[in-house]
Ligand binder design. Structure first.
Ligand code: UD1
Ligand code: PEP
Length: 434
């Protein structure tokens, strides 16, 4: 297991370009299973989760061609459906949450799929009810294999229908869309998630010949078609990485430009940082975060304490609350973080408290941060990264801290951040991988 050794206190400056979005990559790569033609995807991030998914697709028979560092073509002409029954497939799926996104396309095109409990972060329960209920609405039949702990799904008789999702699940919506595009009749999905990841997936599917309308809203209408064909797609910049870099720039930046961020697809992310007093300037499609001696948390208009809470898109993504929380530790003022969606994502604040941050963990979902206003620096420490976003948040804390820190279990960070130490070292950081 690799670790990072971080010498804190070096100011960072310069320009950094975000990678392609992890969560979009997982969806659009799985969409290539819906056609026997070639799907060519650019701006694919070179990260563990995506590389593992690509390996899994290769294992089931997809011809994958790496055209450039971040560009691939996928051709799913012949799929080895027997592999879905193998122990190896089940094992691989259980270490990769993105593997769940193969179910919809497999059901839609081949009429069958197998689901193993998918992996991912240790951030609380990750239920798949929305996915299953959606497939059931379309007419899929489930049988549980007790011995292997898997669900086998029969989708040989799917039919379009109206469905109201129990919650706006991101991967659930993506999965149901992919199941519906080749399903006879019209499928209407209400309470659909509408993150840019989903919008991008729908645009790609329409270029492949699907008939999806309502894109960017929570009401999608999908008219099933017989076949899909090949297409090209470029993945958007990773908005979570952009947010992580804003946080890093606020804590340790001496002026950082984040290049080509696709501002219009960032939703309220820049504003969430502005609420903490961080200056986020927009220049064309770049964000510029100037050096700030101090930044002050706003209050609500009625004078009450600022609260940052996650919500389905276009609300604030839960994936940035950990970074926002670290930024708040050095702000002037206080703020309540309310992580509504996940139940174990705030426990990492213990490590920040060990480093000297003033945080009250009220319960598993809420934490109050009282900022130091840069009067007291965090202390270096030794910590383990419990999940991908706590991992990057701890890395930012360590970059700002006094002394040398160590972060273990950095595979969690590698899941979602491409070559992160080289990119941050190029800005002036001192991070070593051991
Ligand atoms: C591979 C991928 O794309 N992962 C993202 C995806 O995960 P994923 O699609 O797995 O997450 P879901 O959207 O299904 O749900 C995440 C959590 O939020 C809860 N929930 C969801 C919707 C809702 O309206 N109310 C509610 O409480 C769910 O019960 C669950 O605990 O979306 C999450 C929520 O943005 C992100 O953290 C993940 O990075
Ligand atoms: C929770 C995340 O990822 P996953 O859904 O892949 O675990 C994330 O990207 O923050």
């Amino acid at each position: 297991m690799e670790s990072f050794i971080i010498e804190g206190g070096h100011p960072l400056s310069g320009t950094i370009t975000p990678q392609g979005a992890k969560n979009e990559a997982l969806e659009v790569i799985c969409a290539s299973l819906l056609t026997s033609d070639e799907v060519r995807i650019s701006n694919v991030p070179d990260i563990l989760d995506v590389n593992n998914l690509i390996k899994l697709l290769t294992d089931i028979g997809v011809k994958v061609n790496r055209i450039g560092k971040n560009e691939y073509s996928f051709k799913a002409r012949e799929i080895n459906l027997d592999y879905l029954e193998s122990e190896e497939f089940i094992r691989k799926c259980s270490s990769l949450r993105g593997s769940v996104l193969m179910i919809g396309p497999l059901l839609s095109r081949f009429g069958k799929a197998v689901v193993a409990k998918p992996g991912g972060d240790k951030i609380g329960r990750r239920r798949l009810d929305t996915h299953f209920l959606g497939f059931k609405h379309l007419g899929a039949r489930f049988s549980h294999n007790d011995e292997r702990g898997t669900f086998e799904i029969d989708g040989s008789n799917l039919k379009g229908c109206y469905m109201l999702l129990d919650e706006a699940s991101v991967t659930g919506t993506a999965n149901i869309i992919m199941a519906a595009v080749l399903t006879k009749g019209t499928t209407t999905i209400y309470n659909a998630a509408c993150e840019p990841y989903i919008q991008q997936l729908c645009h790609l599917l329409n270029r492949m010949g699907a008939r999806i309308s309502g894109i960017a809203s929570n009401l999608l209408t999908i008219v099933g078609v017989e076949n899909l064909h090949g297409a090209r797609h470029t993945i958007l910049p990773d908005m979570i990485e952009v947010g992580s870099f804003i946080g890093m720039a606020a804590m340790v930046g001496k002026g950082i430009r984040i290049k080509n961020v696709s501002v219009r697809n960032l939703g309220i992310i820049p504003n969430a940082f502005r609420r903490l007093g961080v200056k986020v300037n927009v220049e064309n499609d770049d964000l510029v975060i100037p050096h700030m001696e101090h930044y002050e948390i706003e209050s609500f208009i009625d004078g009450s304490i600022m609260t940052l809470a996650d919500a389905p898109w276009p609300g604030l993504t839960p994936d940035l609350l950990s970074v926002l929380l670290v930024v708040a530790t050095q702000a002037r003022g206080s703020v309540l973080f309310h992580q509504k969606m996940f139940e174990s994502r705030l426990f990492f604040v213990d490590k920040l408290i060990d480093m000297g941050a003033q945080i009250i963990l009220c319960d598993p979902h809420r934490a109050v941060v009282v900022g130091h206003d840069h009067k007291i620096r965090l202390r270096a420490g030794r910590m383990t990264s419990p999940d991908i976003r706590a991992g990057i948040a701890l890395l930012i804390a360590a970059l700002s801290a006094n002394g040398t820190s160590r972060i273990d279990n950095i595979a969690q960070i590698d899941r979602g951040y491409e070559d992160i130490e080289a990119r941050l070292n190029a800005l002036g950081a001192n991070i070593k991988r051991i």
